[in-house]
Ligand binder design. Structure first.
Ligand SMILES: *Cc1c(COP(=O)(O)O)cnc(C)c1O
Length: 395
């Protein structure tokens, strides 16, 4: 497999992990196959015993999926990885493969909705306890630790309010307590935040987002040490089957090639929009990790190497103001997805975060006027004109 430790990220994302067939194809091959043939019964026996390398069945592994896993490992500085059918399959597997009845999970309250469901609703069915804390406050993490705490889980920046969690501080706390820190790194992208270097044990992505970047396939990936994957995920993954389709892996390999260009252009567009929104009278609050007004600007500078492709803001007039604004947009489209080449806007309180209680939403700062914008690859001036015009419809 191709890999060169001195490559810079953009080069890793183009050449990392590529294996070629006897035809020497330029582009990564799509091995759309369920199974693999053996030369003899003895060869099949040896492969099942693990005495001979080779693929057995695409639920366990597939050459196209392996190329994607390897490229992500090289990029992320991880020893091993398993690609999954969706981001949620990655979260569910990363937690369920190691949590046992009687264990306790500490997680930040501000989580992607389905991640909260797994921790609050699903895992308790199997006897796994949990505490949800204010992720910004390291003392809250400390206070939640119990003798049976085995997993810490966080995402940073958070969805939708783009708050940050100090990954290194939580990793240190996890390790003091012999627990594992899992970081959902979707919002930061592999370009802007390196959780493993900050001390995280396991990193996961919904590759549906920036890694695809053009709104096509669902996918996810879990990255960690060889030891953690062998001891926890390997068997779980083989027998429960959350595997990524080779077709999706092929699509994500192509996505990785353009990831740095897309993320940097989307971030540049987002920065311009953040600067503009910060000055508008019809905007009460603008949240952007790369902006000087961000309450955790110091932490952003310390643990992230770039801003964000996402901007959150609260317009005047509550839900009605937000709906008027969203409906008046022409270039920016209404969708709860993110990380796409197309700019997408959503009203979290009535969509992605509608299942939270009003108290929870208030605590997380998800007000009725709050809007989340995933900034795409359109010309920034077209986006700014669209936003400017739509803001006039509020008043
Ligand atoms: C989208 C998302 C997920 C879930 O990923 P899917 O691919 O939709 O299953 C998990 N975490 C975060 C932060 C996300 O944005």
């Amino acid at each position: 497999m191709s890999s060169n430790n001195t490559w810079r990220p953009a080069t890793k994302l183009i050449h990392g992990g590529t294996t070629r067939s006897q035809f020497g194809e330029t582009s990564e091959a799509l091995y759309l196959t369920q199974g693999f043939l053996y030369d003899s019964a003895e060869a099949a026996e040896a492969r099942f015993k693990g005495e001979e390398d080779g693929y057995i069945y695409s639920r366990y592994g597939n050459p196209t999926v392996s190329m994607f896993e390897e490229r992500m490992c090289i990029m992320e500085g991880a020893e091993d990885a398993r690609a999954t059918a969706s981001g949620m399959a990655a979260v569910a597997a990363a937690i369920a493969c190691q949590a046992k009845a009687g264990d306790h999970v500490v997680a930040a309250k501000a989580l992607f909705g389905s991640c909260r469901w797994i921790i609050e609703k699903l895992m308790p069915q199997y006897g796994v306890e949990f505490s949800l804390v204010d992720g910004k406050n390291i003392d809250a993490w400390k206070a939640a630790v119990r003798s049976n705490t085995t997993i810490f889980f966080l995402e940073s920046p958070t969805n939708p309010t783009l708050e940050l969690v100090d990954i290194k501080a939580v990793a240190d706390l996890a390790h003091e307590n012999d627990a594992v820190l899992i970081v959902d790194n979707v919002f930061a992208t592999p370009m802007y935040q390196r959780p493993i270097e900050l001390g995280a044990d396991v990193v996961m992505y919904s590759t549906t987002k920036h890694i695809d970047g053009q709104g096509r396939c669902l996918g996810g990936i879990i990255l960690g040490t060889e030891e953690w994957i062998n001891d926890n995920l390997h068997e779980y993954f083989r027998h429960t089957g959350p595997s990524m389709s080779p077709f999706s892996a092929w699509n994500f390999l192509k996505g990785l090639e353009t990831l740095p260009l897309r993320v940097s252009q989307q971030t540049s567009n987002a920065g311009k929009i953040a600067d503009f929104l910060a000055e508008q009278n019809s905007v009460n609050r603008m949240i952007y990790p790369g902006h000087k007004s961000h309450p955790q600007a110091e932490l952003a500078a310390r643990q992230m190497s770039g801003g964000s492709t996402m901007v959150a803001f609260e317009v005047t007039g509550g839900k009605s103001g937000a709906f008027k604004f969203i409906n008046a947009l022409e270039t920016i489209q209404i969708s709860n997805n993110l990380g796409d080449a197309k700019s997408l806007i959503t009203h979290p309180a009535t969509t992605t975060h509608k299942n939270l209680s009003e108290d929870d939403r208030e605590e997380l700062g998800i007000s009725d006027g709050m809007i989340r914008l995933s900034v795409g690859l359109e010309d920034a001036d077209d986006l700014l004109e669209d936003i400017q015009k739509a803001l006039t419809s509020i008043s």
